[in-house]
Design a protein around this ligand. Structure first.
Ligand SMILES: [Mg+2]
Length: 352
């Protein structure tokens, strides 16, 4: 499988998991079962007025990708670039799509193609921590002044896996909205695991083991490491995730739980479909855990593994594919000194 198929599989897989979980994000397992039957939700159902609706998780993931692409273009053109600062600017564009603005001292450039996609200008139960941290930003790179370890950083950082310094860029950009170390260190670990799969072609288990070996002893990683090791053990022992077992582990509203639930469901999945269905059927934050499992399964098995019945109605499918293609081609095609595609790429991702 080539790199583009893995990138597309990762981004579309995450969005599909987000969309499957969207209708049940705020339902506990007994309500999900009462509504959808004994197996829970196994197909897209209406949310936000349509079938296949993505949520704030996918929106913020796309703006993170946009920030990384702009940072790449800027770095090539200017030779120096603060990547988390450029991601911050992209996240502030997302904030504008939610009809909010940051502190008056920050002037947000509403340029580039992504923010002009009208379908992104829609509120999908955006997380309060992300909103309030971004609204309070008084400069680019301004760190969150809270102690939150909600899963709002983990759920958006997958695109960091496709650029250098995945761990640092994910953790540092996570810190823009989440001040508790677990909130942003879990984000770093997630991006690093994905990077080992896309570049090292590692199996998921090996990727997790290597990421823990490299980053597991870092300060702030204690909670994430403990729960990820727990689900690794569950999977070695053959314990498959059920709604009840996931509820025992946690709800996934906080970073380390969301990551662990996503990893457990991906590790034990018999197929993309099986893993993502397991990841959304529980009492907790179904769209985020669905997205995390979907990213992990999509990057391993590619877009081919995602059922057509989910890809076809997926909201923003074309936008997500375009972002995946740009992630693959911009580092190849952008030269920074008047190459054939430079003007076109600069217009899409103004690095200024
Ligand atoms: Mg959401």
């Amino acid at each position: 499988m080539n790199r583009l198929e893995r990138i597309k599989g990762c981004l579309l897989g995450g969005a599909v998991g987000d969309a499957l979980g969207a209708p049940v994000e705020f339902l506990d397992w007994s309500a999900i079962r009462a509504t959808f039957g004994a197996r829970g939700i196994i197909d897209f159902a209406p949310a936000y007025g349509r079938v296949g609706a993505i949520t704030d998780d996918t929106q913020m993931m796309l703006f993170t990708a946009e920030g990384l692409l702009r940072a790449y273009v800027r770095g090539i053109s200017r030779g120096i670039c603060n990547v988390p600062g450029v991601i911050h600017h992209a996240l502030l564009r997302w904030l504008m799509t939610q009809d909010y603005s940051p502190a008056t001292s920050v002037d947000v450039s509403v340029n580039g193609w992504l923010v002009q996609e009208r379908a992104l200008w829609s509120r999908r139960a955006p997380g309060q921590t992300c909103l309030s941290a971004l609204k309070a930003s008084s400069s680019l790179g301004f760190l969150a002044q809270n102690n939150s370890k909600g899963c709002g950083a983990v759920m958006r950082v997958a695109p960091c896996a496709f650029f250098r310094n995945a761990f640092d860029n994910a953790a540092e950009s996570g810190r823009l909205t989440h001040g508790h170390p677990t909130g942003y260190m879990a984000a770093g670990l997630f991006a690093d695991i994905l990077q080992r799969i896309v570049d090292g072609q590692d199996h998921l288990e090996d990727a997790i083991a290597k990421s823990l070996a490299e980053y597991g002893d870092k300060r702030g990683m204690e909670e994430t490491r403990a729960i990820v090791e727990r689900v690794l053990f569950f999977s070695y022992e053959g314990h498959r995730p059920t709604p009840e077992r996931i509820d025992e582990l946690g709800g996934g509203w906080i970073a380390e739980e969301a990551l662990a639930i996503g990893i457990w469901c991906a590790l034990t999945a018999r197929s993309f479909e099986d893993g993502v269905i397991n990841a959304v059927n529980h009492s907790g934050d179904s769209d985020s855990t669905g997205l995390i499992a979907g990213h992990l399964l999509g990057i391993q098995h590619g877009v081919e593994a995602i059922p057509d019945r989910w890809l076809e109605p997926l909201e923003l499918r074309g936008v997500i594919e375009a972002v995946a293609e740009d992630i693959e081609r911009v580092p190849r095609d952008y030269s920074g000194y008047g190459g054939e595609y430079d003007d076109e790429i600069w217009e899409r991702y103004p690095g200024g």
